[in-house]
Design a protein. Structure first.
Length: 57
């Protein structure tokens, strides 16, 4: 089986749209927080933009 880069990009984009996320990093955080085999909490809308390590709290 072969998946083209375009197919992968389209599927990632569809997942981000479904989850109301702006970037892959936000999806990674949700998946990490949910843990293996668990469902992530439902989002009530778009998440705030990610903070960078040097941003004030």
């Amino acid at each position: 089986m072969f998946l083209s880069a375009k197919t992968v990009a389209n599927n990632v984009s569809a997942i981000l749209t479904e989850l109301h996320l702006a970037e892959r990093g936000q999806a990674i955080v949700i998946a990490r927080d949910a843990g293996p085999g668990r469902t992530a909490p439902a989002t009530t809308g778009p998440l705030p933009p990610p903070r960078h390590h040097n941003d004030p709290a």
